[in-house]
Design a protein around this ligand. Structure first.
Ligand SMILES: NC(=O)c1ccc[n+]([C@@H]2O[C@H](COP(=O)([O-])OP(=O)(O)OC[C@H]3O[C@@H](n4cnc5c(N)ncnc54)[C@H](O)[C@@H]3O)[C@@H](O)[C@H]2O)c1
Length: 268
């Protein structure tokens, strides 16, 4: 296929930056993970879809011609098995998109959030990223190549009066850990970046805001773009960070937030 300058980079169908690369994605069954599975596969990657939800994870893998591995990202042995399955099936582990995460309603203000809810969110959102990086790195070090993308959030760098205290703390941890790993392994050809999405237009968010327009308005007013992100827009950033187009981008907090973190006063 002939690529024109105009179409290159704008049409995912002709953007083939990941041919021959193997990508492991956690939380691939839904939302950002699913959109990333589609995007990375469309760019030529062989995709391993990890998810605790067997039905959704399998459907994602089928949709992208990839492999499904059921994994609870809080379990060290299951995480090891996920990355081993990628290597055994495709012969390399080039991209790790460590993305699975939760934001349960029990995690709220520090005044009401109990220790159990705190620990559960830390396990799924932060300890999981430690486990996934620990499992992916040995393959990448042997190859002398790899891109790790850990999903943090814009709340890792901004405070919200609508608190989800453990979630925010977990994403801050993802940010700091990614930075440190990016620095430690830079001379081995491995890049580690934290992806910081702004709020994404997911079914969960739509449902929540349909029932509470005031809550929606309270958030939307802070977004210069005047809207939430689409999952495909976050997936495009994942593909960029996964590819050699971002070869000098390492140890960053890569914001994809429509300008939220840069805003003081937003347009009417
Ligand atoms: N949606 C947003 O507005 C937004 C904004 C910033 C950051 N994020 C982050 O992006 C990531 C993905 O969010 P999303 O909105 O796509 O979520 P989602 O709920 O649509 O998808 C998360 C997926 O992770 C899976 N999962 C949950 N717990 C798991 C576990 N223990 N082991 C394996 N898989 C598990 C779920 O089954 C699901 O398929 C999360 O880390 C989230 O914190 C989301």
């Amino acid at each position: 296929m002939t690529e024109t300058v105009e179409s290159a980079g704008t049409d995912a169908a002709v953007c083939r930056r990941l041919v021959g690369r193997t990508a492991v994605i956690t939380g691939a069954g839904s939302g950002i993970g699913l959109a990333a599975a589609r995007r990375l596969a469309s760019e030529g990657a062989r995709v391993v879809c990890g998810d605790i939800d067997e039905t959704a994870g399998k459907a994602a893998a089928d949709a992208v011609g990839g492999t499904f591995v059921r994994v609870d990202v809080t379990d060290p042995e299951q995480v090891e098995a996920l990355f081993k399955a990628a290597y055994d099936t495709y012969g390399s582990v080039d991209i790790a998109f460590n993305n699975a995460g939760i934001s349960p309603p029990e995690d709220d203000s520090i005044l009401t959030t109990g220790l159990e809810a705190w620990k559960r969110v830390q396990d799924v959102n932060l300890t999981s990223v430690y486990l996934c990086c620990k499992a992916a790195l040995p393959y990448m070090r042997r190859q002398g190549r790899g891109s790790i993308i850990n999903t943090a959030s814009f709340v890792a760098i901004m405070g919200a009066a609508t608190s989800q205290i453990s979630y925010t703390a977990s994403k801050g941890g993802v940010l700091a850990m990614s930075r440190e790993l990016g620095v430690q392994f830079a001379r081995e050809g491995i890049r580690v970046n934290a992806l910081c999405p702004g709020p994404v237009n997911t079914p969960l968010l739509q449902e929540l805001f349909a029932s509470d327009p005031e809550r929606a308005a309270r958030r939307l007013v802070h977004i210069p773009a005047g809207r939430f992100a689409e999952a495909d827009e976050i997936a495009a950033a994942v593909a960029f960070l996964a590819s050699d187009d971002s070869s000098f981008i390492n140890a960053t907090d890569f914001l994809v937030d429509g300008g939220i973190a840069g805003a003081y006063v937003t347009p009417l």
